[in-house]
Structures are given as structure tokens and as C-alpha cells.
Design a protein around this ligand. Structure first.
Ligand SMILES: *[C@@H]1O[C@H](CO)[C@@H](O)[C@H](O)[C@H]1NC(C)=O
Ligand SMILES: *[C@@H]1O[C@H](CO)[C@@H](O)[C@H](O)[C@H]1NC(C)=O
Ligand SMILES: *[C@@H]1O[C@H](CO)[C@@H](O)[C@H](O)[C@H]1NC(C)=O
Ligand SMILES: [Zn+2]
Ligand SMILES: [Zn+2]
Length: 305
């Protein structure tokens, strides 16, 4: 499946390059597109894939969601209508800011990532809504308006609905991740006793799983977690996870657990590409050690005594 996915990515890049050579409104990926023969690519409203780009930009906070359902009908999304959102995406992701769907931009959108948005619209109207982001200079970030944990012993429960990896393997990956956070915080992380409800609940879920953030099947989004003191940490059950050494097609569970626990403790995404709290991680990448940026971030929330 993941191999298929990387082939699809290549096809996509090809498709986009072909497209950029033409003057019609551009398009990008969608699974529907991928199933079409390359010939159909010239005919953009058969797959509406620019719409998928728009949904992606909305989903991760780069573009306002339309207030009504107009756009979910047959309205054509044009590349120029996405100019500001694409530019913001490129700026945030350290790509060349062209405002266009060039192949690097589309390839980045295809990289599996965390489901937490990068930009959180905070109200206001039009362009001013995102102006805050243009002034970000820090690297790590704590969530705004959260209630940090005040207890020292934080318990966790595995609440998995999909037996994708064994409970033993999930426990081992999470224990590895917890150890790293425990080393730089006042916390002790303990598995709750049988039948008890832990402060953190960790598990695999697929599709719409009742928390308002449905998973999207293979690729794109691999996990998400909620800010304190919610405690939910969810992994996408449609991905290929590794609990040992990931192949180039698998996602390293311990690395992702380390990142998501960071959210559960109150860290937002960092713009430091080396940080565990950076939003993206590719298949086969192992990031099981906290970086200085992550440590500075967590200590800003929970200063050492
Ligand atoms: C940015 O543009 C330069 C020159 O046009 C190119 O060499 C480079 O690969 C581009 N980088 C990205 C991340 O797109
Ligand atoms: C997370 O960081 C973004 C900037 O990257 C910021 O706009 C947003 O308000 C933060 N979210 C929360 C919930 O603190
Ligand atoms: C935290 O758990 C440890 C056992 O690991 C126990 O000795 C300690 O009393 C607990 N502290 C609190 C505040 O509950
Ligand atoms: Zn994240
Ligand atoms: Zn969830």
C-alpha cells in the first residue's frame, strides 16, 4: 500500500508538472485523480482535485472555511483563489513562496503529517486573521488558552479499538516516549490499573471516530492529540506502523507517540525542522529523542523546580 502511495506521489508530481506547463487552472492530488488515466488529467472537472487542495488548506488552518455550503456544490476552485493560502502554506513550511502549486508544494502536502492544524484562526475577518503568523519568530510554541497539568503522576490507559499492533508493542513504544518527557519534566507517567480511566487515553482509530477530527485513511495525517487536560492521543489505524525499525514505507510509532504526547502536555507545533514537535515526519524516519527546542518548550510550560 505504501509502495503504491509513493508511486502515486510520483504520478502526482508528473501530473502537476504537465499541468503547470498548460495555462488552465491548476490541479493537484486526490485519490480519485490517481485512479484516472493520465489522459483525463487535462479535464479538471472530472476529479475536482483543486477542491481537495482547498479542503487541505482549510483543514490545516491556512484558509478560512466558507461560511455556507456554496463551495461544496459545483463551484470551481481556481488556483488564484488559493493564492494567499498557498503562499501562507509555503511560508510556514519554508518553501519558495510562489503562491502556486509547484511540485515541491504538492509533494509537501503529500507528506504524512500530524493532524493538528498549523495555523489556528482566532477570529476576525479576512486577511487580518492570519497576520499573526507572519510575525512568528520563535521555534517551539505552547498552546494558548490551555490548562497545563498540575498533578505530578499522570496516568494513561490504552483504549484501542483496532488491534493493529499488539498491546505489548504499543505499550513499549509509548513507554519509550514517556521516558523522554519524564526526563525533562516533573512528571511520572504510570499506566492506570485495569478498569481505571487514565488521564491520557491512547489508541488507534480509523475514519470518523467521534471527536470531530476524522482520520483520512492512508497517508496525509498519521495522528492527533488534544491539548491539556483533555488527554486523548489518537493514531490513524489506516497507516502502516512500525514498532521496531521502520522500513521506508512505515511510520515509526515511538517517534509519533513522542510528538503526540508533546501535544497532550501542551506543546503546539514547532517550526524547527529538527524538533520532535515539527508537524511533519516522513515514512522511515526515526525521531525518538527530544531536541533542545522541544526541551526548551516543555520547560517553558513546566519549569524545573
Ligand atoms: C526554490 O527555488 C530555487 C531556485 O528557483 C530552487 O533551486 C529550489 O530548489 C527551490 N526550493 C524549494 C524548496 O522549492
Ligand atoms: C499554535 O500555533 C499557531 C502558530 O503556528 C498559532 O496561530 C495558534 O494560535 C496556536 N494554537 C494554539 C491552540 O495555541
Ligand atoms: C506518585 O506515584 C508514586 C509511585 O510511582 C508514589 O510513590 C507517589 O506517592 C505518587 N505521588 C502522588 C502525589 O500521588
Ligand atoms: Zn502535531
Ligand atoms: Zn481522534
Amino acid at each position: 500500500m505504501a509502495n503504491l502511495h509513493s508511486q502515486l506521489l510520483l504520478l502526482l508530481i508528473l501530473v502537476v508538472s504537465l499541468f503547470l506547463a498548460s495555462t488552465q487552472p491548476s490541479l493537484a492530488h486526490s485519490r480519485k485523480l490517481i485512479l484516472q488515466s493520465p489522459k483525463k488529467v487535462a479535464d479538471s472537472h472530472h476529479f475536482g482535485s483543486l477542491n481537495d487542495v482547498r479542503l487541505y488548506l482549510e483543514r490545516f488552518g491556512y484558509k478560512e472555511k466558507p461560511l455556507d455550503n456554496d463551495l461544496t456544490k459545483d463551484t470551481l476552485t481556481t488556483e488564484s483563489s488559493l493564492y494567499a493560502a498557498i503562499s501562507l502554506y509555503q511560508q510556514t513550511n519554508h518553501l519558495n513562496v510562489t503562491g502556486k502549486l509547484d511540485s515541491e508544494t504538492v509533494a509537501r502536502m503529500m507528506t504524512p503529517r500530524c493532524g493538528m492544524p498549523d495555523v489556528f484562526p482566532s477570529g476576525g475577518k479576512g486577511g487580518s486573521r492570519y497576520s499573526k503568523l507572519l510575525h512568528v519568530v520563535g521555534r517551539y510554541k505552547a498552546f494558548d488558552n490551555m490548562i497545563p497539568w498540575t498533578k505530578v503522576n499522570i496516568t494513561y490507559t490504552f483504549a484501542t479499538t483496532i488491534p493493529l499492533v499488539s498491546l505489548e508493542a504499543l505499550r513499549k513504544s509509548c513507554q519509550g516516549a514517556f521516558q523522554h518527557w519524564a526526563a525533562v519534566t516533573p512528571f511520572h507517567f504510570l499506566e492506570a490499573g485495569k478498569g481505571e480511566h487514565g488521564d491520557l487515553t491512547i489508541g488507534f482509530y480509523s475514519g470518523d471516530h467521534g471527536d470531530g477530527s476524522p482520520f483520512d485513511g492512508p497517508g496525509h495525517v498519521w495522528a492527533h492529540a488534544f491539548a491539556p487536560q483533555d488527554g486523548r492521543v489518537h493514531f490513524d489505524g489506516s497507516e502502516q506502523w512500525s514498532t521496531t525499525t521502520p522500513t521506508s514505507e512505515e511510520i515509526d510509532l515511538e517517534s509519533v507517540a513522542l510528538h503526540e504526547i508533546g501535544h497532550a502536555l501542551g506543546l503546539n507545533h514547532s517550526i524547527d525542522q529538527n524538533a520532535v514537535m515539527y508537524a511533519y515526519i516522513g515514512q522511515g524516519v526515526v525521531k525518538r529523542e527530544l531536541q533542545q527546542d522541544d526541551i526548551d518548550g516543555i520547560k517553558s510550560i513546566y519549569p524545573p523546580k
